[in-house]
Design a protein around this ligand. Structure first.
Ligand code: AMP
Length: 418
């Protein structure tokens, strides 16, 4: 059933406890923590503006990094309150805790339209444990609960699930923010009955990470295009040489089962026909994590098997062109996972060709293009095409679990629309 959203709420004068995803990247400069990418803050502005207009008193809660239940000064949300204030163009108060007297005092002093940001909720280990007592403490200042942190909705933590249960348990409502609403619409509703042809592009590192998504989407898609290192496990399962490529030998049977299911369901299941490979040479140096650093030499394109001394790093040009053709004819596209190690320019072209085809289909063909979060979002942004697709998910793990058909605890805890 559809979930209640902030649009449905009458919240004038009410304290709205809102979970957001402010897990922004920070860098230390001259002893100060500086936000290097404020996308996650910007993304909450529509919901905040909606609530301000409705006269709510908004108490924001979020996590930052992994402080593991301890106060960690470098993971304070204080710099976020400053940036949010700039972006919103109105005052944002900050409290150096997320529970207790200081929070209650600040919350009780709020006026309609005020915004208050609480300190990192993961300074308490009880957050990730979804401790009932801690959830009750957080909920003390909440009259209404809103969740706009889709990226954290796959975790049943106190601030993503527990508080919602406390609020609804005492007769209040728990609603989705506008960002969460869009995620549920595009990753959920829009893919239930997609306009056809529905083309699914899956890449990334491992079959094991994506198999549940493949399995579920096989029942809906017209074509599934497989790229990334994941493709090498399929190769291996067919007895084709994979050289030094990343493979998961234990998942060969899984890969073959997916192909068999595709044949049964008459889904056009495409694997790469050529590969960009390189020969890794040990430099004798170690990286920051103490792992040996390899130099990639002799970058070249091979068809069929991968030579014993070589490692696959991307789909080749023939595969990219073939995938692009299929994508250009699509009416609905779902893309999750890059076609290769796009972070290195020598291996980015296959991913970029696919990205351009997705944009072409969107712009010229009116296709709905949905990018399922994580590294495909990074790849599109890197290619400067992020704003040319229909929707880019803000979740990584959450998007993947949602696409697998899993019930996300943070979504399940929200009130149904009546
Ligand atoms: P995932 O998180 O599973 O979507 O994987 C994304 C990561 O997989 C990216 O960092 C890519 O660089 C990496 N990747 C994709 N294709 C390959 C490949 N052929 N070889 C090594 N790494 C790859």
């Amino acid at each position: 059933m559809a979930k209640l959203t902030v649009r449905d709420l009458d919240v004038r004068g009410k304290r709205v406890f809102m979970r957001v995803d402010y897990n922004v990247p920070l860098e230390e400069r001259d002893g100060q923590m500086v936000i290097t990418d404020n996308t996650r803050i910007v993304e909450t502005l529509p919901t905040l503006k909606c609530l301000i207009e409705k006269g709510a008193r908004v108490i924001l809660t979020a996590h930052l990094g992994r402080p593991k239940g301890k106060r960690e000064a470098t993971m304070s949300l204080q710099p976020v309150s400053v940036r949010l204030q700039e972006l919103l163009g109105r005052p944002v108060s900050f409290v150096g805790d997320c529970i207790g007297e200081s929070v209650e005092k600040a919350a009780m002093a709020m006026k309609d339209g005020d915004i208050l940001l609480l300190e990192n909720v993961r300074y308490y280990a009880e957050e990730e444990a979804n401790d009932a007592g801690f959830a009750a403490k957080l909920a003390k200042v909440a009259e209404v609960y809103v969740n706009d942190a889709f990226g954290a909705a796959h975790r049943a933590h106190a601030s993503t699930e527990g508080v919602a249960r406390v609020v609804t348990g005492r007769g209040g409502v728990a609603a989705a923010g506008l960002l969460m609403e869009r995620e549920l619409k595009f990753l959920g509703d829009e893919l239930e009955n997609p306009a056809r042809p529905f083309v699914v592009i899956l890449g990334g590192a491992k079959v094991s990470d994506k198999i549940k998504v493949i399995d579920r989407l096989l029942e809906k898609a017209d074509s599934i295009l497989i790229g990334g290192a994941m493709a090498y496990t399929f190769k291996l399962a067919h007895g084709i040489a994979t050289g030094k490529s990343l493979v998961e030998p234990d998942f060969q049977a899984t890969a073959l089962a997916a192909e068999k299911k595709a044949a049964q369901l008459k889904v056009d299941f495409q694997l790469p026909t050529d590969t960009v490979v390189a020969t890794p040479v040990d430099t004798g140096k170690l990286n920051k994590k103490g792992k040996p650093v390899f130099e990639m030499t002799q970058v070249r394109v091979v068809k069929g098997g991968i030579p014993a001394d070589a490692e696959g790093f991307s789909i080749g040009p023939e595969t990219a062109a073939h995938f692009a053709k299929i994508i250009q004819g699509a009416k609905t596209i779902l893309w999750n996972g890059p076609m290769g190690m796009f972070e290195d320019a020598r291996f980015a072209e296959g991913t970029n060709v696919v990205a351009r085809a997705v944009v072409d289909a969107t712009v010229k063909n009116g296709a709905k293009s949905i990018i399922g979060g994580g590294d495909s979002v990074k790849a599109l942004n890197k290619a400067g095409l992020g704003d040319k697709v229909t929707f880019m998910s803000t979740g990584g793990g959450a998007s993947l679990e949602f696409l697998e058909g899993a019930v996300l605890p943070g979504v399940a805890a929200l009130s149904d629309k009546r």
